[in-house]
Write a protein that binds this ligand. Structure first.
Ligand SMILES: C[S@@+](CC[C@H](N)C(=O)[O-])C[C@H]1O[C@@H](n2cnc3c(N)ncnc32)[C@H](O)[C@@H]1O
Length: 254
C-alpha cells in the first residue's frame, strides 16, 4: 500500500470519523490528556474564520475535507459549501452524513477490539448547504467558480506538488476572501517528493521553513492576517494518540 492509499483504508476511515465527530471522552478517554487539542476540524472554522468579513450568500471550499466536519462547520456561516477530497471512501461517507445526518462506525480500543459509535452532524447545521465531491486539489475542475473562503486543513504536506495547488488559489478566492491554511509541516517523501517540500530542509546551508515558503508563494496575491498554533489529537487506539501542533495561517485575498 502506498502512503496516499492510507486514506482509502478502514483504519483511516475509523480514525477520521472519530477525529471529526467523536465526543471528548471518546477521542481522549484520559483525564490527563491534552484537552485543548480536541475538536480540531470544528476549531479550524471557529478559531480561524472571521464571519464579519463574509458577504451575504457566501461560498466556501474545503480542500482535503476528509469526512467533512469542517465543511459542515463552514455551513454555519456560508450558504454554499463544497468539500473536495481525493479519497473515494471518505467522500462516500461524507455524502452519507450529508444525506442522513449520521453514520455508524467503530473505533479501536485495542487490537481487534472495537467500540461501536455514531458520527452525527450537529442538528443545527443546514446540511442542504453542503455538497461533497471526489477530486484532486492539484487538478480542480475549472468550473468551480469563486469563493469567499477556502480552507486547506492539514493538506499541503500530503500533496505531491503543494506549490502547484497553491498557484490555483488566487483565481479561486475572491478579493477580500479568506484563505485558511493549516499544516503540521509533517513532510514525508512517501507523500511529497523532497524537491517539492515547502520546508524542513536546508538550501545554501540555511534552514528553509514552511511558513517562509508559504509567504513567498502567496504574498503577491494574499496578505497574511494571522498566524495561530493549533494543537490537535488523533486517536489510534485507547492507549496511543498522535498529538500535533498545526501552524495555521489566515490570508486575505488582495
Ligand atoms: C491529513 S488529512 C486532513 C483531513 C482534514 N482536512 C482534517 O483536517 O482532518 C489529508 C486529507 O487530504 C486528502 N488528500 C490527499 N491528497 C489530496 C489531493 N491531491 N486532493 C484532495 N485531497 C487530498 C486525503 O484524502 C485526506 O483526507
Amino acid at each position: 500500500m502506498s502512503a496516499p492509499d492510507f486514506y482509502e483504508t478502514e483504519r483511516a476511515l475509523s480514525e477520521y470519523l472519530l477525529f471529526h465527530y467523536g465526543s471528548a471522552s471518546q477521542t481522549m478517554p484520559w483525564s490527563f490528556g491534552p484537552a485543548t487539542a480536541l475538536s480540531y476540524p470544528a476549531r479550524c472554522v471557529s478559531e480561524c474564520l472571521d464571519p464579519l468579513l463574509l458577504p451575504a450568500q457566501a461560498r466556501a471550499l474545503d480542500l482535503g475535507c476528509a469526512v467533512g466536519r469542517s465543511t459542515f462547520e463552514l455551513a454555519r456561516h456560508c450558504s454554499e459549501v463544497i468539500g473536495i477530497d481525493y479519497s473515494h471512501r471518505f467522500i462516500e461517507v461524507a455524502r452519507d452524513l450529508q444525506h442522513q445526518g449520521s453514520t455508524s462506525y467503530a473505533y479501536v480500543e485495542e487490537g481487534r477490539l472495537t467500540t461501536p459509535a455514531t458520527a452525527e452532524v450537529p442538528a443545527e447545521i443546514d446540511r442542504r448547504r453542503v455538497t461533497f465531491e471526489q477530486g484532486d486539489a492539484q487538478a480542480l475542475r475549472v468550473d468551480l467558480g469563486h469563493f469567499d473562503v477556502v480552507l486547506m486543513a492539514n493538506l499541503v504536506d500530503r500533496l505531491r506538488d503543494p506549490s502547484q495547488c497553491l498557484s490555483a488559489l488566487p483565481s479561486l478566492v475572491r478579493t477580500g476572501g479568506q484563505l485558511i491554511l493549516t499544516t503540521p509541516c509533517t513532510w514525508l517523501d512517501d507523500y511529497t517528493p523532497r524537491a517539492h517540500w515547502l520546508g524542513g530542509f536546508e538550501r545554501d546551508e540555511r534552514p528553509v521553513r514552511t511558513l517562509a515558503t508559504l509567504q513567498a508563494l502567496l504574498d503577491p496575491h494574499f496578505t497574511l492576517a494571522r498566524t495561530l498554533d493549533m494543537p490537535f489529537v488523533i486517536r489510534e487506539h485507547a492507549r496511543k494518540f498522535q498529538w500535533s501542533v498545526a501552524q495555521a495561517t489566515v490570508w486575505i485575498r488582495r
